[in-house]
Design a protein around this ligand. Structure first.
Ligand code: ATP
Ligand code: MG
Length: 570
């Protein structure tokens, strides 16, 4: 989608009577008060150390949405302060995912690393103002000196180093004179502060590491906490929206801005998105990728944007999901079913209906000539005639689902059984006369049936009741395919249920992927394109797999079932 305004405004403010969430209310008040000259400027600031996930989509919709709704701007800034974890592969995927979601950032791509020189100058200013010092305590010592919630910290022995000596050491840190870990630059705030973030936090660490953008130009890198607020300030951001865990960091960010006397964005925190039965942290997602417990970041079971895209999620469905869950100040966990419902809602409108048999059972229609194929017209959407029709083939040999036949069926079974009739969608009523089995195993090999030529389109001329309608595919032109069915990644709703010390990966669902081979699809699916969604009638919504499918060996993913698994109605 090219027009970011339609993408965000349309989804979030369609209902003009809905009360504003607390962030929109805050921004409205700021604009009304003329703060920042009425400007609204947000940013989405991912660290390029992994692929984006659905939680990031929430932050993206919020930041880009605010900009669009208030006639403002939204930057994309890659917060790349940690050279060890970051990579251009992640940068490219982040940009592609934001665009795919339907948003376009204002201005160029921003990088925290572009501010390394400015951040360095600010650090010297803090040193000159007596607000920062070079400390020689090692990591373990820093921990000991820091104290804890109940115990105030102790001052570093280096805390009262002279300004001249601090400046000299800091410049030599930059020049590469010292090995990793020997010195840090720390803010001089208050080692007894109740807020631990204020106990002389580190601003710079020595790290002789190659950076994906600045190469080997730097060997001292700013910490995230030091870089983040000033980066926002340098970009003229008015509202720095972030997740709740940064609430306790706000006093520190404000302290830097105050000491440096530069533009002060307003930080506002909201609750991050958690979803049931999946993981939502880049660290854990990376663990799954590295240990090959999934096929990669884009495995359709992953909650990553690229995984969801490959699974068949549409940008619209993700945006409307984000709009529906809204933003609050309270941590909670959203049921996965709500995400799936958003997709169903979207695909129910737009997806073409087709027929595909996932677990085929051959049916021979004995009174239909072997050398004949009858074209039948099938509607592409039951409620949208404008989506047109397609031709399917009816023939002597067809496939139906194994589960649509039962030998000793209970009364409530309305599909095919020996001696019984069933309606074939868009074709005829058939009756089963004989069940052919493998004499050795008892496995059903094929059904012998007859069709009633008087029932074209499914209507019985004598008014006899046919309760069941099943889908089917002609054997004459069926396309064979692999179909992948998915379940939740995790067996538990939340990893908080995992016992202390236990490996969370023991909670991975062993049935999260089920592969069906030899599925029989109607001929039109040979031309399916990546990005197109289909409803396989009665089986769910499906899409072509963007990575593994080939024209001569098709692979389809089930995006979502037709209804929630727990919903047993129909
Ligand atoms: P993770 O915890 O998954 O590793 P992160 O917060 O470290 O994610 P960042 O790259 O720093 O990832 O995130 C970029 C932006 O996305 C931040 O503003 C962050 O607040 C937001 N964000 C990250 N995860 C979520 C989430 N689950 N829900 C809402 N916003 C999120
Ligand atoms: Mg982070």
């Amino acid at each position: 989608m090219a027009d970011k305004n339609s993408a965000s405004t349309g989804d979030n403010t369609g209902d003009t009577t809905a009360p504003l969430d607390f962030i929109r209310q805050r921004v409205t008040d700021d604009v009304a008060a003329g703060k920042n000259g009425g400007r609204v400027h947000t940013r989405f600031p991912p660290e390029p150390n992994g692929y984006l996930h659905i939680g990031h989509a929430k932050a993206i919709c919020l930041n880009f949405g605010l900009a669009a709704e208030f006639g403002g701007k939204c930057n994309l800034r890659l917060d790349d302060t940690n050279p060890l974890a970051e990579d251009t592969e992640y940068v490219e995927s982040i940009k592609a995912d934001v665009r795919w979601l339907g948003f376009q950032w204002d201005g160029p791509d921003y990088y925290a690393s572009d501010y390394f020189p400015a951040l360095y100058d600010m650090a010297e200013r803090l040193i000159l103002a007596g607000k920062a010092y070079v400390c020689s305590l090692n990591v373990e010592q820093v921990r000991q000196y820091r104290g804890n919630w109940n115990l105030p910290g102790r001052d570093s022995p280096d805390r009262n180093r002279s300004i001249a000596e601090n400046l000299d050491l800091f410049r030599r840190m930059k020049a590469g004179e010292f090995p990793d870990g020997t010195y840090t630059l720390r803010a001089k705030i208050d080692m007894a502060a109740a807020n631990m973030n204020m106990r002389d936090p580190a601003l710079y660490r020595i790290r002789h590491a190659h950076h994906h953008r600045t190469g080997d130009a730097w060997c001292s890198y700013p910490t995230y906490d030091y870089a983040h607020g000033q980066s926002d300030s340098l970009e003229g951001i008015t509202h720095s929206i972030c997740t709740l865990e940064f609430e306790d960091h706000r006093p520190l960010y404000d302290w830097f801005l105050e000491q440096l006397d530069i533009h002060r964005p307003q930080q506002i925190e909201f609750a991050r998105l958690n979803l049931t039965n999946t993981v939502m942290s880049k660290r854990r997602l990376l663990e799954l990728v590295k240990q090959r417990l999934v096929s990669g970041w884009s495995d359709p079971r992953m909650p990553t944007i690229c995984g969801l895209r490959r699974r068949g999620y549409t940008p619209q469905s993700l945006r409307s999901f984000c709009a529906a869950i809204g933003v609050t100040k309270f941590n909670s966990t959203t049921p996965m079913a709500r995400l799936e419902e958003a997709l169903r809602h979207d695909l129910n409108e737009s997806a073409s209906r087709v027929m595909a048999v996932l677990e085929p059972l051959k049916v021979v229609i004995e009174n239909f000539p072997a050398d004949q194929v009858e074209p039948r017209l099938a509607a592409n959407h039951p409620a949208k005639p404008e989506l047109g029709n397609r031709e399917i083939s009816f023939s002597r040999e067809i496939f139906i689902e194994r589960s649509d036949f039962m030998e000793n069926a209970p009364k409530s079974f309305f599909r095919l059984q020996p001696g019984g009739e069933v309606r074939l969608r868009f074709a005829y009523v058939i009756k089963c006369h004989e069940v052919k089995k493998d004499p050795a195993t008892g496995e059903i090999l094929e059904l012998r049936c007859t069709y009633d030529p008087e029932t074209a389109g499914g209507k019985t001329p004598d008014g006899r009741k046919i309760k069941g309608t099943i889908h089917w595919v002609s054997a004459t032109n069926a396309v064979e395919a692999e179909v992948r069915l998915y379940e939740n990644l995790l067996l538990v709703e939340s990893l908080s249920e995992v016992e202390e010390g236990a490996d969370w990966k023991e909670q991975l669902n062993p049935h999260s992927l089920r592969v069906l081979r030899g599925c029989k699809l109607e001929a039109s699916l040979q031309n399916a394109a990546v990005g197109q969604s289909f409803q396989f009638e009665r089986n769910g919504y499906f899409c072509l797999d963007s990575e593994d499918s080939r024209p001569d060996s098709l692979v389809f993913n089930r995006s979502v079932s037709l209804r929630e698994a727990s919903d047993k109605s129909t």
